[in-house]
Write a protein that binds this ligand. Structure first.
Ligand code: NAP
Length: 250
């Protein structure tokens, strides 16, 4: 067994892919999300045993702590965190409602802050090293029309990653993030739901196409592994070149 990993947002498209890969590589898992049915569905797909399901809303301090408290009561101590909670709220800044903005910040940034705090708190209590990987977005790295809210939230996640990586490096706790372009998950279903939307989205990328959650999951699992023992404070783009290069215009 590799150890215990906490996967938040585990019933989502990315969370599920990460959970399946971690379990296949020998990790025991704590699957967390707000609703039991989806988590049980993911649990039934996992190889190996000893996995735990915790229903909680990790966008609150109490919810995030609850996950670690339930694990502790079951004598399970995660040393890895894959925080897969988030949403996509699109719209120009002058049109975005207060509710949409609040939900975007809460799911993407507030949840990351409180979950990382609870995870690191548990590691420090046990005097244990560990590793966390959070999820940013290509939209935080390059200006993208109508992505103001999610860009602001994910830029906050990237700042959180660098700050926490610096604070806890001396404790052997690594903190990194990944920054994907669009992926085929329920969060992107409004954009990818029609063939026209799908083709338009795919064309935006220098390496055209739509990302698969499993390819991002592979990178996240590597960042949590011993092979990445010297990697911390980084944000790894996986976006077909979207945030770094301009395609050749013919
Ligand atoms: N898909 C894309 O194109 C794309 C692009 C860039 C970045 N990302 C990022 O990738 C990550 C994974 O998203 P996804 O694509 O896998 O989307 P998804 O399938 O919609 O999954 C998101 C998960 O987050 C959970 N969640 C949302 N708010 C929560 C909260 N307050 N507390 C607990 N769980 C909460 C949802 O659980 P419920 O079932 O409880 O709602 C869901 O399981 C997110 O951070 C997203 O911003 C996605």
């Amino acid at each position: 067994m590799k150890g215990v990993a906490l996967v938040t947002g585990a019933s989502g498209g990315l969370g599920q892919a990460v959970a399946c890969r971690l379990a296949a590589e020998g990790w025991s898992l704590i699957l967390s999300g707000r609703e039991a049915v989806g988590l049980d569905r993911v649990l039934s797909k996992l190889v190996g045993g000893g996995h735990l399901v915790v229903v909680a809303d990790c966008s609150t301090v109490a919810g995030a702590r609850q996950i670690l408290d339930v694990a502790k009561a079951s004598q399970i101590r995660p040393t890895a965190l894959a925080h897969c909670v988030g949403n996509i709220r699109l719209g120009a800044v002058h049109r975005m409602s207060e509710t949409d903005f609040d939900e975007c910040l809460s799911a993407n940034l507030v949840s990351a802050f409180h979950t990382l705090a609870a995870f690191v708190g548990a590691l420090r209590e046990a005097n244990s090293p560990g590793a966390a990987v959070l999820v940013s977005s290509a939209a935080a790295r390059i200006g993208t029309p109508n992505h103001e809210a999610v860009a602001a939230a994910k830029a906050g996640v990237e700042g959180l990653v660098r700050g926490a990586a610096a604070t806890y490096a001396a404790n052997g706790i690594r903190v990194n993030a990944v920054a994907p372009g669009i992926m085929d998950t329920p969060a992107a279903s409004r954009i990818l739901g029609s063939s026209a939307g799908r083709e338009a989205a795919a064309r935006q990328y220098p390496l055209p196409g739509i990302g698969a959650p499993d390819e991002l999951a592979e990178l996240m699992v590597w960042l949590l592994s011993a092979q990445a023992a010297r990697v911390t404070g980084q944000v790894w783009s996986l976006d077909g070149g979207f945030s770094a290069i301009r395609p050749l215009v013919k």
